[in-house]
Design a protein around this ligand. Sequence first.
Ligand code: NAD
Ligand code: UGA
Length: 477
Amino acid sequence: MTSTIPSTIRSICCIGAGYVGGPTMAVIADRCPGIQVTVVDLNQARITAWNDPDLSKLPVYEPGLDAVVGRCRGRNLHFTTAVEPAIAAADMVFLSVNTPTKTKGVGAGQASDLRWIEASARQVAACAQGHTIVVEKSTLPVRTAETVKAILQAAQGEVAGSGQPKTFSVLSNPEFLAEGTAIPDLEHPDRVLIGGEDPAAIEALASVYGQWVSTDRILRTNLWSSELSKLTANAFLAQRISSINSIAALCEATGANVQEVAYAIGADSRIGSKFLKAGPGFGGSCFQKDILNLVYLCGHYGLHDVASYWQSVVELNAWQQHRIARLVVQRLFGTVTGKRIAVLGFAFKADTNDTREAPAIRICQDLLEEGAQLAIFDPKVEETQITADLGVPPQSGNQVGALSGDGVWQVVNSPSEAVATADAVLILTEWSSFAQLDWQQLAPLMRKPAWLFDARSVVDSAAAQAAGLQVWRVGMG
Ligand code: NAD
Ligand code: UGA
């Protein structure tokens, strides 16, 4: 699938205007003013939001994203639902569609659902003109490029409107950005990974990134190494979190302090200090899905012991979340039925409105199952999102139910509203504003004896104790 490639890329189309497609293309447009970048999506509401004149209404909340979009939109960055013309005009098409875990059929609960990748590859096959470089930006099981190539190959040679026969090159270029830091991650990446077989296509993509990323950070591999490196990177990162959370539980049992342990081991340059924060377990759209995908792939290739090794990382994560819910119940005299618990933070991490796989979901569900009355505050997450995540509607009105045994929840507008009359406050997201909470002012609003459960180790626990609260902090023995 090699062919003559335009030495300079002038027009890029990205299929998928989500958390990855939107910010990544915004930064490419910002750093490459000579390239027209069009981001397409089937979801009209999402595209409308990307085009909203009010930049605070973009569908993805990322610090700094509004400024980048503000600089480029309408100049060389466009958002549209008109998929076909955008593909036809492009020298390079990024596939940045969702790849969630399959929910039914073979591999349900583990394998990636590739229907959106296949649909977008078929759209490219149908609409492309002349030579098109197709870039896998989504996170994909190793060897997916084989499928993408087979679909494109079927259209190879057809002559479309341009009069040129269709030809394609396929590259893998996984994305390593983290939510909440997407813009700095894209502007100053640790590395950009390009996997492929066609040297000219690889160099064309490298020259796009080369407009702002130094050459030594642009890595080139074969297709399969690139696809597998993405799953492996996420699996290693998630494994560190499960490892430190397992040690946090041991710290609590033995009188050790997990922050001190993390600091001590992180000082070893072979281990490194990052990604060693104990907490309520990892959330986010990708860690769990990518490890499960790795587990599925290992099973597919008959590597069952390797599969169980990675499976245990996910199991430990779920255990940590159930453990936190259980210990809240235990400390509140073994029952939370009818008790108000203030939940501060619902997003899966700070600086994002994303709640996909957020630890708060499982922990809140466990507490609701125990009959708790949850008052949830998150500075960025909407009530409709929490309703979808918890699977039950919020309690109407402000009435706290009696001892009916049914758990209920409501969204409140501030931490002080959340803690009023509560028996406990539970911190589940490390929003920086939670570090500034004034416990002298908040503690008197609570019903005594009152607890602070800090699953993120962000609050000033000495100040909370001085204000009369009993404090549990993750990993503090
Ligand atoms: P997302 O769900 O936010 O966005 C995907 C978008 O693709 C949706 O808006 C959907 O409507 C659109 N889409 C699907 N099929 C389409 C089609 N045929 N034509 C047009 N639009 C279509 O997903 P995301 O979080 O941006 O993730 C995309 C990929 O990137 C996934 O594979 C994910 O694993 C990977 N990834 C995500 C992150 C992250 O931080 N979210 C980071 C790195 C990699
Ligand atoms: C993660 C990776 O960091 C990105 O490199 C990758 O591109 C992305 O997944 C993806 O493929 O989607 P993201 O999920 O956005 O990024 O956020 P992280 O900062 O990695 O945090 C993931 C979860 O781990 C969060 O719930 C966070 O609170 C938790 N975490 C992180 C900890 O509990 N402890 C830590 O030390 C670090």
